[in-house]
Design a protein around this ligand. Structure first.
Ligand SMILES: [Zn+2]
Length: 85
């Protein structure tokens, strides 16, 4: 499908590691399906996968890893547009 960000590139489905901060806990989910643009490299996570992750986090609460430090570069964090379509 065409990239919704730049309208130039093509988004391809691939598996990435989803990282998001819920409260004060960093949640990291490997092998999350996401659409990555081959032109601007914007990443949009698959909305179904995100719904599943948020349901899991909502039910169980964030995992107790508050004291663990992850060397995550914020540079790689994609800009999340809400994929409503
Ligand atoms: Zn793009």
């Amino acid at each position: 499908m065409p990239c919704p960000i730049c309208q130039i590139g093509r988004s391809r489905l691939k598996l990435v590691t989803f990282t998001e901060v819920y409260g004060r806990t960093l949640v990291s989910v490997p092998n999350t399906p996401a659409w990555a643009c081959d032109f601007c490299h914007a990443v949009q996570y698959d909305s179904a996968a995100i719904s599943r992750i948020e349901a899991l986090v909502g039910q169980a609460g964030p995992p107790p890893n508050r004291n663990r430090r992850h060397p995550v570069s914020s540079r790689q964090k994609p800009s999340l547009m809400s994929p409503k379509a």
